[in-house]
Design a binder for this molecule. Structure first.
Ligand SMILES: Cc1cc2nc3c(=O)[nH]c(=O)nc-3n(C[C@H](O)[C@H](O)[C@H](O)COP(=O)(O)OP(=O)(O)OC[C@H]3O[C@@H](n4cnc5c(N)ncnc54)[C@H](O)[C@@H]3O)c2cc1C
Length: 356
């Protein structure tokens, strides 16, 4: 049996790693193989890199030198706010803003995505998976097997297999080619600036976001700024600095989980962003890509139903955060955010968020 995983980000690399590990332990036949097909876009995957630190021990991922900045989270919110644009000769000014520092006791960290993804692929190869560099451009099922066409420069290669896994991110080619579907998503805009930033800041003030949040995270260039529109992002940058945006603003999609996307059809499976597995409200996708990758590998090996297994493990958490996201996008936004001032509420949300 040949298992082909398209996409070597956190989801695909982890699925390949655990599948190869199980194969290595002799649970499947010796002729079986796990192939990981990946291409790396220039500039790497757009991402803030925020993860829970527990991920490293839970999935036996070495932290050094990948982990940076174990830190606290700060939530900023206000009922109403005004912003005077510095371009019009006025100082940026925000009223009335409140902030709540969430003591996460170093439960939050930042990873540099290119290095982190490379490390995950290395772990997959060490477990026995084979890595093929190239971009999948076509594919089809034929007589109980599938084939995909992989492009590498001018070269094209056809690969056949028995089980196909779409771990190729939010714009999944595998989902488009095999199911004719796209993943519901929101476009986020981001930039980096040479401003030293401490802690992870989540901005819920209405001038930075009406439904979701704007974020400012530390990264190796200084600060990574992101928001759900270009004007929200521009204001966020102006609020932190008199520097105008030096680097170009880029945009990239994040899946919006709705519980309706197909995770499995016969011998075709989807995982990570390719399955829309991003936690609503926080838009956290790295942890769920990795955790779902391991869960999928276990399901394939044991013959359990992957979709049922996933819902059992994460269904309630995703539904809770979806509920919260809807409330934060409506009239309850401010009352809910104000609850963060209460210690018991902070602990309650952190407990759900940090569950393994
Ligand atoms: C601006 C932004 C900020 C974010 N910040 C955070 C954050 O702070 N914390 C967090 O947890 N999540 C964050 N996310 C979400 C997170 O980046 C994703 O949820 C996560 O990367 C999903 O992992 P994945 O492996 O499923 O997909 P990806 O990371 O997208 O990996 C897919 C891989 O497949 C490859 N690929 C794609 N198509 C093909 C093809 N046709 N053939 C071969 N290979 C292919 C890609 O090059 C890539 O290597 C952010 C997202 C964005 C856009």
């Amino acid at each position: 049996m040949r298992i082909v995983i398209v996409g070597g980000g956190p989801a695909g690399a982890t699925t390949a790693r655990y599948l190869a590990q199980f194969l290595g332990s002799g649970r499947l036949g010796k002729k079986d193989e796990v192939l990981l097909v990946n291409y790396t876009p220039s500039g790497g995957k757009p991402c803030g890199g925020g993860i829970k630190t527990s991920l490293f021990s839970q999935f036996q991922i070495p932290t050094d030198p990948i982990i940076t900045y174990p830190m606290e989270g700060v939530i900023h919110f206000s009922k109403s706010s005004h912003f005077f644009n510095s371009e019009k000769g006025m100082t940026p000014f925000l009223i009335p803003s409140q902030q709540v520092e969430i003591a996460l006791s170093q439960k939050l960290a930042i990873v540099e995505r290119s290095a982190f993804d490379q490390l995950l692929r290395k772990l997959a190869i060490e477990s026995g998976a084979k890595l093929i560099e190239g971009r999948v451009i076509k594919g089809r099922w034929e007589k109980g097997k599938f084939w995909i066409e992989v492009r590498r420069g001018e070269e094209r290669e056809q690969i056949w297999g028995d089980i196909l896994i779409g771990a190729d991110g939010v714009n999944s080619t595998i989902r488009k080619k095999f199911l004719g579907e796209r993943i519901p998503a929101i476009t986020t805009y981001f930039t980096t600036l040479p401003i030293p930033i401490q802690n992870c800041h989540f901005h819920f003030e209405p001038i930075f976001s009406d439904r979701f949040y704007g974020w400012v995270f530390p990264n190796r260039h200084g600060g990574h700024f992101g928001a759900t529109s270009i004007s929200y992002l521009t204001r966020l940058v102006e609020y932190y600095s008199s520097l105008s945006i030096l680097k170009p603003i880029k945009g990239y999609n994040i899946p919006r989980w709705n519980g309706k996307l197909l995770l499995q059809k016969g011998k075709l499976f989807f995982v990570g962003d390719g399955a829309g597995q991003v936690l609503p409200t926080t838009f956290e996708g790295i942890y769920y890509a990795i955790a779902s990758g391991k869960l999928l590998a276990e399901a394939i090996i044991t013959g359990e139903d992957y979709s049922t297994k996933w819902w059992k493990r994460f269904g309630r958490r995703f539904l809770f955060f979806k509920w919260l996201e809807k409330r934060l996008g409506g009239n309850f936004r401010y009352p809910i955010l104000s609850l963060f001032r209460l210690k018991w509420y902070r602990n309650f949300v952190i407990q759900i968020w940090n569950k393994e």
